[in-house]
Design a protein around this ligand. Structure first.
Ligand code: ARG
Ligand code: ZN
Length: 508
């Protein structure tokens, strides 16, 4: 859960020129014309209005294999910089005839690049507004653009439907990358390793990637660190770690479809604990920093001890846990928030019970079913917050209705009410309104359609968009389908209204 306050909401003029008509057109027709391949460049972004250059077009990634070697910083007074060297092997399928395509990569140097074993050219991105192959390649107008693109020119070119294996050898100095709000994210170098938490577009700081949740893939990790350090990534250890010559290699396997922002491979002095299981058999793999203070360790241990019960409870409301494992990474260092990294959330400094419930709930809401556009972030944070209300009620704490009332009752500023949680802007992704008005929206929806339709529609939403992504409109359509009600007015008021919603929605 977020511990920082946002700096500014909605004040940024984000370039949207590439959205919609993404992708270059206008390459010459194939000889003979008609049905032959028409090779064009893949789009430099996935089409997200908030982050126009996150993700890429023209292909669909199936799998990332990340073979990394990491040396954490030397002790103080050495600078807080690590060294990361990697070989990323990316299996993809072309979705158009491609003469070039992009990967997102930030702050790393590419040493070699092959496509299907043949040397490919890495092209520096053209200047903003440049023309490529006779077509406007991309064009943005604002100065706050965030553009980190690696253009790959495969030879031979790729035909639509063709599988390709892209191998990128790269490396660089790791620091502490900042997101659009200047929060720490990505491969965050710590004195004892790294906290890796990449929402929304920070995976490009540590591997070449199509960094948008509309292109999910499976992952394999082979990560080498100095002997004594522990690497914890998504999924399960595919085989025991191997040590030689003072270095240890850790092997993790994450076979479930996963959005790039949910990838982690955190490095530290972790106590990697013995696996426990939920009553439905989900393996729970926890890693806790050996340097936590006794008080924080006690809080953390008490929270982690509830994970199996939380899985049982959420399964009873939302359906089967969606992935092959769960568990927590608790780092003594902090990025100021926790993140629901898939199967294995990352916590800063300690893990409180409410935050553990929140990050677990994200495995259904956000991870199994992702927001198709970043503007749909309330589907993540509203749901994770609401699920925590439900968990608290289940434990004999305040009821969801009491939590709703406590949110609804107090006087709040005009600025608070005016944030549209259905379109909070790239600087408003983690605004408190997205969390709390988001949860209140779900509670009000439950009152509106009734408990039975609410939980049935929730499960249908999770089933229909599993391993995929959906929008607020898709969500509304599922609730209308199940309840038989027209919910236009409801969602208009709650997601896009800029005032306090009327007191129509209260439970007895
Ligand atoms: N999704 C995280 C959570 O609510 C919060 C991430 C905050 N990220 C950030 N860059 N400020 O659990
Ligand atoms: Zn959250």
């Amino acid at each position: 859960m977020r511990a920082r306050r946002m700096k500014l909401v909605g004040g940024l003029a984000v370039a949207v020129a590439v959205v919609g008509g993404l992708g270059a057109t206008g390459a010459a027709a194939a000889p003979g014309g008609g049905e032959g391949p028409r090779y064009t460049a893949g789009a430099p972004g996935a089409g997200d209005a908030y982050f126009p250059y996150a993700g890429n077009g023209g292909y669909d990634v199936q799998h990332y294999d990340l073979d990394l070697t990491y040396a954490p910083p030397a002790p103080e007074p050495a600078p807080l910089e690590g060294r990361l060297d990697g070989i990323a092997t990316i299996d993809l399928v072309a979705t158009q005839d491609l003469n070039r395509f992009n990967l997102d990569l930030r702050g790393m140097d590419v040493r070699s690049l092959t496509v299907n074993g043949k040397a490919a050219t890495a092209i520096a991105p053209p200047a903003i507004g440049a023309t490529v192959d006779g077509a406007a390649y991309w064009h943005v107008q604002d100065d706050d653009r965030r553009v980190w693109e690696l253009t790959v020119q495969p030879r031979p070119k790729l035909k639509a439907g063709q599988h390709a294996q892209v191998v990128v050898e790269y490396g660089g100095t790791t620091t502490v990358p900042l997101d659009i709000e200047e929060a720490e994210y990505g491969w965050v170098t710590t004195r004892d390793g790294a906290i890796v938490a990449s929402e929304p577009d920070g995976s490009m700081t540590w591997y070449p990637v199509s960094d948008h949740q509309t292109d999910k893939a499976s992952y394999g990790f082979e990560i080498t660190v100095p002997e004594g350090k522990v690497v914890v990534a998504n999924g399960v250890q595919s085989k025991p770690e191997e040590t030689s010559g003072g270095w240890t290699t850790w092997f993790w396997d994450a076979p479930d479809q996963q959005a790039s922002y949910l990838t982690t491979a955190s490095v530290g002095d972790f106590d990697l604990r013995e696996t426990t299981y939920s009553s439905s058999g989900v393996p729970i793999i926890d890693a806790v920093d050996t340097k936590l203070s006794p008080a924080r360790l006690a809080t953390t241990n008490a929270s982690l001890a509830r994970q199996a019960d939380m899985i049982d409870f959420f399964e009873s409301r939302f359906g089967a846990y969606p992935f092959n494992s769960f568990g927590s990474i608790v780092d003594n260092d902090s990025v100021g928030y926790a993140l629901e990294t898939q199967t294995r959330p990352v916590y800063s400094s300690q893990a409180s019970q409410g935050t553990v419930a929140h990050e677990l709930a994200h495995q259904w809401f956000g991870n199994a079913v992702s927001p198709e556009r970043w503007q749909d972030i309330w589907l993540n944070e509203g749901w994770a917050t609401y699920a925590t209300w439900l968990w608290t009620e289940q434990n004999g704490g305040t009821t969801a209705q009491q939590a709703y009332n406590a949110w609804y009752a107090p006087a709040r500023t005009t600025a608070y009410w005016s944030l549209q949680i259905g379109d909070p802007g790239p600087l408003g992704l983690f605004a408190s309104q997205v969390y709390n008005r988001g949860a209140a929206t779900l509670h009000a929806l439950r009152v509106e359609v009734g408990d039975e339709a609410f939980f049935a529609a929730t499960q249908l939403w999770l089933e229909r968009y599993d391993d995929s992504a959906g929008t607020a409109e898709d969500f509304q359509a599922v609730f209308e389908e199940v309840s038989g009600e027209d919910l236009d007015g409801f969602f208009q008021t709650w997601l896009y209204g800029q005032a306090k919603p009327p007191a129509t929605w209260t439970l007895p």
